[in-house]
Ligand binder design. Structure first.
Ligand SMILES: Nc1ncnc2c1ncn2[C@@H]1O[C@H](COP(=O)(O)OP(=O)(O)OP(=O)(O)O)[C@@H](O)[C@H]1O
Ligand SMILES: [Mg+2]
Length: 263
């Protein structure tokens, strides 16, 4: 199992829309995918898909249900763990809660090839927790200078605090491919100067497309609504790159669970 956290410094850069379409594209490549809505307290993934799951992660933490009972199967061939609403923090789990969660994750996650964390924006402990927990990390930003600066800040804090060294970058809402590449090079330049130990790989750029808003409004994934558009082919390109970048990780689940208990 591979675990990937999707995060950003600045909010509203397109994480949740991307995660849903990445899950769909991976499913179309015969991968079993589970999205963990890690934007805790602000259910996002289920709303974007027009679902109203009865149960969410809070029912597991209060020991009312087990993890497998709250997994929601969508019509799109991937599953989700809903976040629900109401502030909770997974960073502050007691060691008993962690062990309970570990046992349940071990049983449930072994059925999946990919676990995708849709994080909230910012540099809170909760976000850093998921960045550290996941085996791989995708940082999203847009061409706005504030978003670029915040992406850099997130990478810097994750490195300074938890020694997280490798990240992927996606630049969303670009007007052309060159713009995305330039932004990647700009961030890389600063990293090489000030944080040379960090490895940042470019996954690609995603074009600005009004269809994303329409997809969210209609609560249907973009890839389903506009399969022929450039944005859909770019999402598929990134998906294939991810599949090639790292082969299936046999020890992925084991190391994931070790990190959970250690945190
Ligand atoms: N490629 C794109 N082209 C045009 N608009 C986009 C694109 N990607 C996302 N958006 C728009 O950006 C807005 C935010 O998207 P989304 O909710 O996915 O971002 P987010 O990063 O998950 O936000 P948050 O930080 O609040 O969780 C939405 O209105 C969406 O339509
Ligand atoms: Mg979101």
């Amino acid at each position: 199992m591979r675990s990937i956290a999707i995060a950003s410094g600045k909010g509203g850069v397109g994480k949740t829309s991307f995660v849903i379409n990445l899950a769909l594209a991976l499913a179309q490549c015969n991968q079993k995918v589970l999205i963990f809505d890690a934007d805790l307290g602000l259910a996002n993934v289920d709303v974007m898909l027009g679902l109203s799951p009865k149960f969410d992660i809070r029912h597991v933490l209060t020991e009312k249900l087990s993890l497998k009972d709250i997994i929601y199967t969508t019509d799109y061939n991937f599953d989700i763990i809903p976040a629900g609403s109401g502030a909770i923090e997974l960073v502050n789990l007691s060691s008993n809660q962690k062990l309970l969660l570990k046992a349940q994750m071990e049983e449930t996650f072994k059925n999946y090839d990919f676990l995708l964390f849709d994080s909230s924006a910012g540099i809170s402990e909760n976000v850093l927790f998921f960045l550290l927990l996941a085996g791989e990390r995708i940082i999203l930003c847009t061409p706005e200078p504030t978003s670029i600066a915040d992406a850099y800040a997130l990478i810097k804090v994750a490195y300074k605090k938890y020694k997280i060294k490798d990240f992927y970058l996606i630049v969303n809402m670009i007007s052309n491919n060159l713009e995305g590449k330039r932004i990647y090079q700009q961030i890389l330049y600063v990293l090489e100067r000030f944080l040379p130990e960090i490895k940042l790989s470019y996954l690609g750029g995603l074009p600005y497309d009004e269809g994303v808003k329409k997809a969210i409004k209609s609560q249907i994934p973009y890839l389903i609504l506009y399969p022929e558009n450039t944005l859909s082919s770019k999402i598929k390109e990134i998906t294939l790159k991810l599949l090639k970048f790292n082969p299936q990780d046999d020890k992925g689940l084991e190391t994931f669970l070790e990190r959970l208990v250690k945190f």
